[in-house]
Write a protein that binds this ligand. Structure first.
Ligand code: CP
Length: 312
């Protein structure tokens, strides 16, 4: 199967077959990172521009590493170090980036829909690396890859996503991605952090966290996104931790082989207790490892990769 899309902007616009193609390609790409020489010539001569209007550690670095592992040239720019600070608009910036003929533009932006707008304006492929509270498709793909690796399939899994659902682009992308591959997604958290009507996206809402965790195959904790909250949505971090933070005690309700996930960065001791984050069920760092393979696969498929990834 060929990947026909020009851009990867959200999980809603990917079919289950396209998601599986990205995952299968990432599975093949993954071993490149375990070699002593972590580089293949597959995308030599291609240019990837990473433009981040918001801070990032995992996403930005792993896109950069992914490009370099495939021998593409990768150039990374922050909004604060760009002509955005001199008043250049997003549209003008995108047109100027395109004029330099990159092969892929990766963009993170605080406004929902910014990557979609750019994708319509330029002929270059665009990857959404997170837009406001809307979507974070590469995070969802790496999350799905990590669960599929552990469980073999997502079909019928009970996946509990807990925390600040309102402000989470990861939650929105994972509701779409996990349910497309057959998982049952349960949302939980303080009522002030769960938008009314979110069930329409294909998830169910269970306000009691213990009920949400009960029988879960996967528990994904979300960070409280203070930078996006316009008002106080919970009384204090101590109370949040007590009622909604994942502790070893609350985890007793889950299945014995439950997987604990978190997209990062962690607020240790708030949404997740340190002993759970670092405990035997945690696959948080495996998510990060798989992030490189997923982003290699995204670059490869968008750059018109026609050879099998294991030809190198
Ligand atoms: N998960 C995630 O997007 O992390 P960063 O903000 O560090 O990229």
């Amino acid at each position: 199967m060929q990947f026909e899309k020009k851009d990867i902007l959200d999980m809603e616009s990917l079919s289950a077959d396209e998601i599986n193609l990205i995952l299968d390609t990432a599975d093949k790409m993954k071993e490149i990172s375990d070699r002593s020489i972590k580089k293949v010539p597959t995308l030599r001569g291609k240019t990837m521009v990473l433009f981040f209007y918001e801070p990032s550690t995992r996403t930005r670095l792993s896109f950069d590493i992914a490009a370099k592992r495939l021998s593409a040239d990768s150039l990374s720019l922050s909004a604060t170090a760009s002509s955005t600070v001199k008043g250049e608009t997003l549209v003008d910036t995108a047109r100027n980036l395109e004029a330099m003929r990159p092969d892929v533009i990766v963009i993170r932006h605080p406004m929902a829909g910014a990557p979609h707008m750019i994708a319509k304006m330029v002929s270059t492929s665009v990857i959404n690396a997170g837009d406001g509270m809307h979507a974070h498709p590469s995070q969802s793909l790496l999350d799905i890859m990590t669960v599929r690796e552990k469980k073999g399939s997502l079909d019928g899994l009970r996946v509990a996503i807990i925390g600040d659902i309102s402000h989470s682009r990861v939650a929105r992308s994972n509701i779409a991605g996990f349910s497309k591959l057959g998982a049952n997604v349960i949302l939980s958290g303080p009522p002030t952090m769960i938008p009314k009507g979110i069930e329409a996206l294909g998830a169910s809402v269970v306000y009691n966290i213990n009920d949400a965790i009960s029988g879960a195959d996967v528990v994904m904790m979300l960070r409280i996104q203070k930078e996006r909250q316009k008002s106080f949505l919970f009384p204090s971090e101590r109370e949040y931790a007590r009622f909604y933070g994942l502790s070893a005690d609350k985890l007793k309700n889950a299945k014995e082989d439950v997987l604990i996930m978190h997209p990062g960065p962690l607020n240790r001791g708030v949404e997740i207790a340190p002993d759970v984050a670092d405990g035997p069920h945690s696959i948080i760092l495996e998510q990060v490892t798989n992030g490189v393979a997923i982003r290699m696969a995204m670059f490869y498929l968008l750059s018109g990769g026609v050879r099998n990834a294991d030809d190198n």
